[in-house]
Design a protein around this ligand. Structure first.
Ligand code: ADP
Ligand code: MG
Length: 700
């Protein structure tokens, strides 16, 4: 139908690029094709007419553009504190420019007495305005006939800059590119009825690179941001619709003896409202005959494990086996112990299968799964190994989803001709906006309610200098019969160092809590599994009062009697990690505490993080803040999904547009899931042209 687009042409075919520069563009910026360059957007435009007189600069201005003549260039200080300083003077005053890096290179390229156009972020040093590391270029008076006043500047790299491809020179390439392509290469991909007040696609691309006026840039940006979000939402909706309509799934027709017996006789507590709601959702999903693919988000301690168990019992009532996968051996072990205890009066066979399961036991389990004498299996990723075959796998529960890759999930589905229902449980609260963007193809449940009787955890931030009084506090808690965690960061890059820190910390804790009065266990990633488990179990059973560990205890561990969590070097942790760790306490009815120890020298940002932790226990609030601070790319488990790698859109700043796009995409997909109506042809053609990337073939 459509001819191959020029946009797929290799970047070396842009006039003036050639193999050498093409190589650099590929390596440095991942630009391989015409289309890649077209989608390498300017991060700003220089408007040479917008120059601020230096005397008019105010502290409220963030960025300024000034024009003036360079005064004497001075190099001050030596070695590490070396800097280059100069004054830029215009008719109204002068402004300091400073460089701390790349001094030699900059110095070669600027000259005293010459006029320059300078752009950069204003800072104030001793009350005086200055620009550190400004963008600077010789000032050339503009001819009044010049068409575009806005010159694009693109993200570039030091290496490219030194080879003549700085932010502006990349713009020259883009200009050439626009001479080589035409409107045919960028056909409209949005239906007409969405375009009313929006620029067309070709026009939007032209204007975002080379705007004819600042308002046009805004219009172009808003159109392309909308397009990006809208298309993503359409895709996710289509995948979901396809699954609901076309993917066969086991039909769990009834709730029977297993579920009812357990519910009426062995359920140790009343379910929370949220738990009841979610189990109902699961029940409905699995009764339809289509595969369930549900993401269950619940804050730490909200009781997700019980949902898993109830769902597994429904599977059993319908003659199906279930598995539950945990990200770590400790957690798998704990789930197993938990399930075994809860089910001890029930005729349900539960097995534990992990990397350290002994051969004979392993054999027994594999056989049991094949002949359906084992109903539930708990394990680590060992479960998804090829040799593990089920007679009749009906439900797979994946706990703490962010540790499992998409590929691993897919492997589970291959276990049966008809894929099992999948329930993904995550304790990393993801803000709603993000969840619907990243996991829009999954159905989605939230448990936003904690079991009754929980007291909010009291969180405080203390400097390491007051460690002794913190230890005293822990002592009083232990004397009341409680238990405590001490967590140390273990950072991969400097693992050796941190490992020593951990040992030192262990010794320190030991000196505060001497044996035999106190007993301490320690877990860390370098221990053998068996050692880890023994130590963990001693803490779980109350044999030791203190558990010293690394973040291996982050996920899922449940010891309701533990009431204190001390986090050492808390400034080294991210917000969501701190929240996970804190979630290990506050699981019983006693008042629990989380003490964040940091160095006095911790950065401003780190202290802000700790302040947030002290101010709220709400995982969703923390997740929002985390997103604001770090940006979506860093949220666990979403980076590799690629779902959030937007070029232009930012799901925080463009939240409004995202909601709009989501609604419109939903409507469109409901009305025309095949995209067969003539008005939706543009989007159908576009998605088909991208088929290879998304497996659209299933739908078209
Ligand atoms: P998470 O959602 O973090 O996985 P868990 O499933 O480990 O939480 O549950 C945390 C604790 O709360 C466990 O000790 C569990 O037995 C308990 N719990 C779960 N649901 C309830 C409930 N409805 N009422 C009281 N306690 C509950
Ligand atoms: Mg859990």
């Amino acid at each position: 139908m459509s001819q191959p687009s020029l946009l797929a042409s290799p970047i070396e075919y842009i006039k003036g690029v050639g193999p050498l520069r093409a190589d650099m563009l590929k390596k440095e910026l991942n630009l391989y094709t015409f289309g890649d360059l077209l989608n390498h957007f300017p991060h700003r435009h220089i408007d040479k007419t917008q120059v601020t007189p230096i005397a008019k600069i105010t502290p409220e201005q963030d960025f300024v553009q000034v024009r003036g003549v360079l005064q004497s260039i001075d190099i001050i200080g030596e070695k590490r504190s070396k800097r280059m300083v100069t004054q830029l003077r215009d008719e109204t005053g002068q402004l300091e420019l400073a460089w701390f890096q790349g001094i030699n290179w900059v110095q070669k390229n600027i000259q005293e007495g010459q006029a320059y156009l300078v752009f950069g972020r204003l800072s104030f040093f001793n009350g005086k305005a200055q620009i550190v590391h400004p963008e600077i270029e010789p000032y050339v008076a503009q001819a009044s006939s010049q068409k575009s006043l806005l010159e694009p500047v693109y993200p570039s790299t030091e290496k490219l800059k030194s080879r003549g491809l700085n932010g502006k020179q990349l713009g020259k390439l883009t200009q050439v590119l626009f001479q080589q392509i035409s409107v045919r290469d960028l056909p409209e991909n949005l239906p007409d009825y969405l375009l009313k007040d929006k620029l067309g696609r070709w026009e939007a691309y032209r204007q975002i690179h080379f705007p004819s006026a600042p308002e046009m840039y805004k219009k172009a940006l808003s159109r392309l941001v909308f397009e990006e979000l809208f298309i993503a939402q359409v895709r996710l909706n289509l995948i979901k619709i396809d699954r609901h309509k076309n993917s066969r799934g086991h039909k769990f027709e009834k709730v029977g003896r297993y579920f009812n017996t357990f519910y009426n006789q062995y359920l140790p507590f009343e379910l929370t409202g949220a738990q009841k709601r979610v189990i109902k959702e699961v029940r409905q999903d699995t009764a339809k005959g289509f595969q369930m693919n549900r993401l269950l988000q619940g804050d730490v301690g909200s009781g997700k494990t019980m949902i898993a168990l109830l769902a597994m019992l429904i599977a059993a009532d319908n003659g199906f086996q279930s598995c539950i996968m945990a990200p770590t051996e400790i957690l798998a072990q704990q789930h197993f112990a938990n399930l075994t205890a809860l089910l001890k009066e029930m005729p349900v066979e539960v097995a534990l299968l992990t990397g350290s399961t002994k051969t004979a036991e392993r054999k027994r389990i594999l056989q049991g799964l094949l002949d359906d004498t084992i109903h539930f299996v708990v394990g680590t990723h060992a479960i998804i190994e090829e040799v593990v075959q089920f007679k009749n796998l009906g439900l797979a529960v994946i706990d703490e989803q962010h540790r499992f890759g998409v590929a691993q999930r897919a492997q589970l589905w291959k276990k049966n001709a008809v894929p099992p229902h999948v329930l993904v449980m995550t304790a990393t609260p993801i803000p709603r906006t993000l969840a619907m963007t990243a996991f829009g193809d999954l159905d989605y449940s939230v448990m936003d309610e904690l079991p009754p009787g929980r007291q909010p955890i009291k969180t405080v931030h203390r400097y390491e200098t007051s460690r002794a009084s913190v230890m005293d506090f822990v002592k009083t808690e232990i004397s009341k019969g409680r238990q405590a965690y001490y967590v140390y960061p273990l950072i991969e890059e400097s693992e050796k160092l941190s490992y020593e820190d951990l040992m030192q910390g262990y010794e320190q804790v030991k000196s505060f809590f001497p044996e035999p009065k106190y007993k301490i266990s320690m877990v860390h990633g370098k221990q053998k599994n068996i050692e880890k488990q023994t130590n963990m179990n001693r803490f779980v059973s109350g044999d030791t009062q203190i558990l010293v560990g690394t973040t291996v205890i982050e996920v899922g561990v449940n010891v309701p009697n533990a009431s204190v969590m001390v986090i050492e070097s808390a400034e080294k942790f991210g917000l969501s990690q701190l929240h996970q760790l804190r979630g290990r306490v506050g699981r019983g009815s006693e008042q629990s505490y989380c003490i964040l120890l940091s160095s006095v020298k911790a950065s401003r940002e780190a202290k802000d993080r700790l302040k947030i932790m002290c101010s709220t226990n709400d995982g969703f609030v923390i997740a929002e803040k985390d997103l604001e601070i770090r940006g979506p790319g860093d949220i666990d488990g979403t980076r590799q999904s690629g779902a959030l790698n937007f070029k232009l859109a930012n799901i925080i700043n463009d939240r409004q547009t995202l909601m709009e796009a989501k609604e419109l995409a939903f409507e469109l997909c409901e009305k025309d899931p095949q995209l067969s109506s003539p008005e939706n042809a543009p989007i159908r053609h576009y998605l088909q042209s991208q088929k290879a990337k998304i497996g659209w073939g299933k739908i078209a």
